[in-house]
Every structure is written in C-alpha cells, then in structure tokens.
Design a protein around this ligand. Structure first.
Ligand code: G1P
Length: 288
C-alpha cells in the first residue's frame, strides 16, 4: 500500500513583484479572492484531501499569515459582545489544532526547489504534497483530492497538468508524456520553462504535486536551473526512471492569481457563482 499523504508544503516566500504596489507591505498570498486570502484556499483544499499537517515556507514580512491562522482575541471578543455570531464563526473558521501548522523560513530567494528543500526536516521520510497558493484551482472535488485519489492507485510522484498553447510553454514546467490511461499520463521527462520550439509537449505543470521524500536528496545538490534558480522541476526530473511518475490532467479551472488578470478572472468567476452576487456580476459582464 502507498504511504498516505498527510503533509503539505506551501511555499509562500515569494516577493509578489507582479502585484506591486499591493504587495509592498502585505504578502501576495494574503490577497483576497472575494472574501478569502489565497493562502486559505490552498489550506482548505489540503484539508479536503485529508492532509493533516500544513507546512508554510515563509520569508521576511510574511508574519501576517501566522496571525491569519491564529486567534484574533480582540476581534473575537468584540464580535461576541455584539452578538455577531456569524462573523465570529467566520473569524474562527481557520483555527487548526495547535501543532498542525508549522512555519519555516526560506532566508534567501533561491527558487521554488530551494523553498521546498527548506521544509526537509519537517517533511522527514514521508511522501508529501506541495501546492502553490498563487494557483487557485476551482474544481469539485479539489485538485489535491483528485491527486490523492490517483496516488492511491498509481503511487510514486504526481504533478497536475493542463494543456496550454505552445507559445505559453515558456511559463511552465512541461512534461514529456508517455502512455495515457484516462486522465493519468506516464511522465518520461520534465523540463522547466522550455522555449515553445523546444517544448516536449503542451502538457504544463500547475502548482500541485505529490512527491516522494527522495526528491529532497536531489534538491540537496542545489543545482542551478532555469532563470538562475534552484528548480523543483529539475529535482523531480531526476526521480523519473527510479520511481513511478505520473501527470494527472485535473478537472477544474486554474487561475494564475500571481498575475493581475488571473486574479481578476478568479474573482469574477467565483462571484458569478455566488448567489448574493451572481446577478449583478452577470449584468456587469458576460462571463462563461
Ligand atoms: C512554478 C514552477 C513551474 C510550474 C508553475 C505553475 O513556476 O516552477 O514548473 O509550471 O509554477 O504555476 P513559477 O510560476 O513560480 O515561475
């Protein structure tokens, strides 16, 4: 039987330069889509998938995320006194049992692979999930749950993928696809941000992964890859051949909330499904 996925690493140390000046004093992961910060969507998706331990890889000026997952005593007291029980429930909805959420600092911006490596002591010798909170994925069930279900069948390592246009391959990790069975595709190669003419396919990796702990040994080499950074994609590529590796073409819609247009689309899409807002949004804009 495959060891269960009980841990997730959420890298949240990025600078959010594409969202300046909004992200000058607040982390990009705290940008709200409707009423919830991006980080909360990622944590909720992990909990839905049965994941118990949440590991945030943070950086300087990210402390507000720790506060988000803690009591806000003054606020809770005022809401209680005013009898605002609904608001109180919302304020308390993200309180995980103590010890289930941990924080580790990435002290230097050396890349996604380095961020994941910073969590190695907390991950230990267990398979684990990774989610990039910028990638908000609307899907039922959530993408992580879809992946855990696939993992229970195929084991090993998994990445979530979607088909992109060839000119966009240079924005993503891209797989060399092998045999396909339903929405599972065997992965025989992985490359980070290839030029469109060099891309082995148009199946692009989105920010959801299930990884075996051995990936940390490859990250430990700290090899410099695309963009001069330590890339998770390169370490994952080294696992291919040694361990099963699959891509899951997930069901859902992914929004790149690290970009203004992606964030705006996510807001509009979720608002158009909210009974309180749907009519006004539809009047404002025709949205699929
Ligand atoms: C990261 C990964 C890339 C992946 C992408 C998905 O890139 O390195 O392989 O396709 O996330 O969002 P980034 O967007 O951080 O440059």
């Amino acid at each position: 039987m495959n060891a269960p996925i009980k841990k997730i690493v959420l890298p949240v140390a990025g600078l959010g330069t594409r969202f300046l000046p909004a992200t000058k004093a607040i982390p990009k992961e705290m940008l709200p889509v409707l009423d919830k910060p991006l980080i909360q969507y990622a944590v909720e998706e992990a909990l839905e998938a049965g994941i118990e331990d949440i590991i945030l890889v943070t950086g300087r000026n990210k402390q507000v995320m720790e506060d988000h997952f803690d009591h806000a005593y003054e606020l809770e007291k005022i809401l209680q006194e005013k009898g605002k029980s609904e608001a109180l429930d919302i304020a308390r909805s993200m309180l995980l049992e103590e010890g289930r959420i941990s924080y580790v600092r990435q002290m230097r911006p050396l890349g996604l692979g380095h961020a994941i490596w910073c969590a190695r002591k907390l991950v230990g010798d267990h398979p684990f999930a990774v989610a990039l909170p910028d990638d908000l994925i609307k899907g039922r069930p959530g993408t992580l749950k879809q992946m855990v279900e696939a993992y229970n069948t195929v084991g090993g390592n998994l990445v979530a993928t979607m088909n992109v246009s060839r000119e966009d391959t240079s924005k993503y990790g891209v797989i060399t696809p092998g045999e396909r069975s339903g929405n599972h595709i065997a992965v025989s190669g992985l490359v980070e941000k290839p030029h469109p003419e060099d891309a082995p396919s148009t199946q692009a990796v989105v920010g959801r992964y299930i990884l075996q702990p051995e990936v940390m040994e490859h990250l430990n080499k700290k090899a410099i890859g695309a963009g001069g950074e330590i890339q998770l994609t390169d370490a994952m590529a080294e696992l291919i051949g040694d361990q099963p590796f699959h891509a899951i073409e997930f069901e859902g819609t992914r929004f790149d909330c690290g970009s203004k247009i992606g964030w705006l689309m996510a807001n509009l899409s979720l608002a158009s499904e909210d009974p309180m807002m749907a009519n006004e949004i539809r009047q404002l804009i025709t949205f699929r």
